[in-house]
Write a protein that binds this ligand. Structure first.
Ligand code: IPM
Ligand code: MG
Length: 366
């Protein structure tokens, strides 16, 4: 019977709605398995900018540091590209990832038989897809300096910087090899080595690390070719490892295999251990979806599945994580659908109802 503290940052748009259902799922786990979860909520993103003057306050950062794990919703406001970083909602995420040293972002992509028709792709292509994308999260274009628009007399110019050190590449590639070892022992490293120096170094380091994992097969794929192969033969992939921005783009694409972004969870991990497990931040890969905010139309399953990853990695509660994942499969098998995965069949329900159905199954009522 454990006692755990989780920082909960719902954020903007549909973030708080889906996070509320993930919290309910965690509390249902507490009731069923006899654990005490203390969930401490704080503002982040646009909501924090308006109330506290910055995308994430030092107090909220400290709360996250003190907790066993962080459950995150989504951030983003109206508009893009405001130059003042403090007034940019996404800055909260960048600060959390960097300051908590969460360099490994795990994004599992699996297809459920009942949801094959929710995808725009053919069923035969989708059946049995089970891959894990390992996205480097604290380097590359997201953090390189300079990054700015330069106003000039002859017109503006702009610059972004991609930087990767050998050490950064090595630790994420190691991480991915370890994960591949526990799965089907096949690792695809994705880069753009025919154009980018960062990618050439990436490939060199990946080949070197590969020597330590003779039981795992490593192949290199250029990112454009990978984008194609993901749609053409998604079953060919086991573990994918790639740099920050390629991973961002490829996982939105891969989410379409699962039928919806609303189905894909993620775990962001580093090396810090707490007394319960590996410290981490857990978030659905989707964004704030302003078009459906406040209407209880969002799919809470990605957030709930993120909570399952939290239980597994940060709290070492394996049976509990399984219970949540089984509950999610149960509601899908029973035909409950939020609009994003509705397809031709199934009963369309609200965010709240979907969450309640999951909770009922965790509790063992259904
Ligand atoms: C993601 C998101 C973020 C990212 C945005 C919100 C900055 O797209 O987590 O995939 O690009 O990392
Ligand atoms: Mg993204």
């Amino acid at each position: 019977m454990g006692t755990f503290t989780i920082a909960v940052l719902g954020g903007d748009g549909i973030g708080p709605e889906v996070t509320a259902e993930a919290m309910a799922a965690i509390q249902a786990v507490g009731t069923r398995f006899g654990h005490t979860f203390t969930l401490r909520e704080a503002l982040v993103g646009q909501a924090a900018i308006e109330a506290e003057g910055e995308a994430i306050s030092s107090e909220t950062m400290a709360l996250c540091q003190r907790s066993d794990a962080v459950l995150f919703g989504a951030v983003g406001g109206a508009g893009v590209g405001r130059p003042d970083a403090k007034a940019q909602p996404e800055n909260a995420l960048f600060r959390l990832r960097k300051e908590l040293a969460l360099f490994a972002n795990l994004r599992p992509v699996r297809t459920l038989p009942e949801l094959l028709s929710a995808s725009t792709l053919k069923r035969e292509t989708l059946r049995g897809v089970d891959m894990l994308v390992v996205r480097e999260l604290t380097g590359g274009l997201y953090y390189g300096k300079p990054s700015e628009i330069r106003e000039g007399e002859g017109g503006a110019s702009s610059v972004d910087t991609m930087v990767y050190t050998e050490a950064e590449i090595e630790r994420i590639v190691h991480y991915a090899f370890e994960l591949a070892r526990e799965r089907r022992k096949s690792l695809t490293s994705v880069d753009k080595a025919n154009v980018l120096s960062c990618s050439r170094l990436w490939r060199r380091v990946a080949d070197r690390v590969a020597a330590e994992y003779p039981d795992v097969t490593l192949r290199h794929l250029l990112v454009d070719s990978c984008a194609m192969a993901l749609i053409r033969q998604p079953r060919d992939f086991d573990v994918i490892v790639t740099e920050n921005m390629f991973g961002d783009i490829l996982t939105d694409e891969a989410s379409m295999l699962a039928g919806s972004m609303g189905m894909l969870p993620s775990a962001s991990l580093g090396t810090r251990q707490t007394k319960h497990g590996q410290f981490g931040l857990y978030e659905p890969i989707h964004g704030t979806a302003p078009d459906i905010t406040g209407q209880s139309k969002a799919n809470p399953l990605a957030a709930i599945l993120s909570a399952a990853l939290l239980l597994r990695y940060s709290l070492s509660l394996t049976d509990e994580a399984h219970a949540v994942e089984a509950a999610v499969r149960g509601v899908i098998a029973a035909g409950y659908r939020t609009p994003d995965i509705a397809g031709a069949r199934g009963r369309v329900v609200s965010t709240r109802e979907m969450g309640a159905q999951v909770v009922a199954r965790i509790a063992g009522a259904r």
